[in-house]
Design a protein. Structure first.
Length: 471
């Protein structure tokens, strides 16, 4: 067992024995060191474990490993080795420590005193220590020690010193407690009444005060004249004598019946047209569209020669009252429906959106066909398409041609056609049948034959037992 000083780092060595023979010292191990402090549960040591040599190892105990007085038990394990156990003692003083003069132990605690302190021969408790007048205890670490009532304090602070220390403290960090007087009054050193300072409504309340910042909340009343107000005013209750500067009214929602003065109306009509540039405004529309004297426009309409032989009645009740001759050319677009066009239309450039009733002489450009038109073509009855040489007639004839396999072969099929080949094959089939009919079948499914040669080699014999085939 070793004595270890409390909360002091220390290196402890140990050896490991081979578990095979329980005698030889074991090298090359990875040891796990666990500690129990003063009878507590085992836990891993905080220090590093290292191998020394010849089966000896070390563990570097940390100040945390030795921070508890009492027994320090070791339980060390490693694969292939017997467990190792031992115990040390952790104390406050160990052999070799220097003891402080005038120091003794009371109930396990250190008491240090200056000269003049009387220690009785038998100390029953820390309260038995007495000291002469003026003797100062330089250190008492015993838990639960009671300091007697202090009746006299030497060099105590005067009331003036306390007031000076409190009211002249300029350290911002001293005023951080919420709801405290110091935190409420601290204003970063600004003078009361100055910018960012406190406003004191005492003796100077009757003096002139200028607000350069914002005044938040309601003001009950203001007696006397207000020199000037800079910034926005939420609302004013009561009469305002006069306003000398311009006033901008955003929304006036409690007054009705206002009208422009004659001067204001005159100013509207006297506005220069060069200033009326806002797109969509009445002024801009007038400037853009009323670009000449109305009197300069024609008072009556004179039809140009050759334009239209039209007759305009005195009163036009509807467009049907206008009669006209032939329209030779329309160079622009015709918008809306055209009831009917009598006579020939020379040409139409562009698309015709609606239907054309009547015949169209010719179409020179490509014309697309819709899916509905395709369906109408294939759904057309065949009865109306009997003209020889037409596709409709050919489809009708093909449908009534009947079963092609009932046609007699070779019939009228020409040379090289499938019908001709099939017709001629019948004579070939007859000649083949004549050959196969001459074959002899002594055994069913086997043809009787007299083999004369195989692969150009003459075969002798007739295949009987006495005369077998051979080369």
């Amino acid at each position: 067992m070793a004595e270890l000083k409390q909360s002091t780092a220390r290196v402890r060595v140990f050896k490991m024995i081979d578990s095979a023979d329980h005698f030889s010292k074991k090298t090359g191990l990875t040891c796990a060191v666990n500690l129990s402090k003063n009878g507590g549960a085992f836990g891993a040591a905080g220090g590093a474990v290292a191998e020394i040599a010849n089966g000896w190892y070390s563990v570097s105990l940390t100040t945390t490993d030795t921070n508890t007085l009492g027994d320090l038990a070791y339980y060390i394990t490693a694969a292939g080795a017997d467990d190792t156990d031992f115990c040390d003692q952790v104390t406050t003083q160990i052999l070799g420590d220097t003891l402080t003069a005038n120091t003794t132990q009371l109930a396990g605690q250190t008491v240090t005193a200056a000269a003049g302190v009387t220690f009785p021969s038998s100390v029953a408790s820390p309260t038995n220590i007495t000291a002469a007048t003026g003797i100062v205890l330089s250190g008492v670490t015993h838990a639960g020690a009671v300091i007697p009532t202090v009746t006299t304090v030497t060099n105590q602070l005067t009331a003036a010193q306390i007031a000076t220390g409190v009211w002249q403290d300029a350290t911002a960090g001293d005023f951080t407690t919420a709801s405290s007087i110091g935190k409420s009054l601290y204003t970063s050193g600004a003078v009361p009444g100055a910018a960012n300072g406190l406003f004191i409504a005492g003796s100077n309340a009757a003096t002139t005060v200028n607000f350069t910042g914002n005044l938040s909340g309601s003001v009950g009343s203001v007696t006397g004249a207000v020199g000037s107000v800079t910034g926005a005013v939420g609302s004013v209750t009561g009469a305002v004598g006069s306003v000398t500067a311009g006033v901008t009214v955003t929304t006036n929602n409690d007054k009705t019946g206002y009208g422009l003065s004659a001067a204001a109306v005159q100013a509207v009509w006297d506005a220069l047209t060069s200033a009326l540039t806002t797109v969509g405004s009445i002024g801009k529309l007038i400037v853009t569209n009323l670009d000449a004297l109305i009197s300069s426009r024609m008072a009556t309409y004179t039809q140009p020669t050759g334009f239209l032989a039209a007759t305009f009645p005195a009163t036009v009740a509807s467009t049907t009252n206008i009669t006209a001759g032939t329209i030779t050319t329309v160079s622009g677009n015709v918008t809306g429906s055209v009831g009917s066009v009598t006579g020939a239309v020379g040409s139409v450039t562009g698309n015709v959106g609606g239907n054309v009733v009547g015949s169209v002489a010719s179409v020179t450009a490509s014309v697309g066909i819709t899916a509905a038109a395709v369906d109408l073509i294939w759904d057309e009855p065949t009865a109306g398409h009997a003209t020889a040489g037409t596709t409709g007639k050919a489809l009708i004839d093909a449908g009534s041609a009947g079963d092609p396999w009932s046609t007699e072969l070779p019939g009228a099929y020409g040379a090289g056609t499938a019908g001709k080949l099939l017709g001629d094959s019948s004579s070939n089939v007859t000649s083949i049948k004549a050959k196969t009919d001459s074959l002899t079948y002594t055994v069913a499914g086997q043809v009787d034959a007299n083999i004369q040669s195989v692969n150009d080699t003459t075969v002798t014999g007739n295949g009987s037992v006495s005369t077998p085939w051979g080369p």
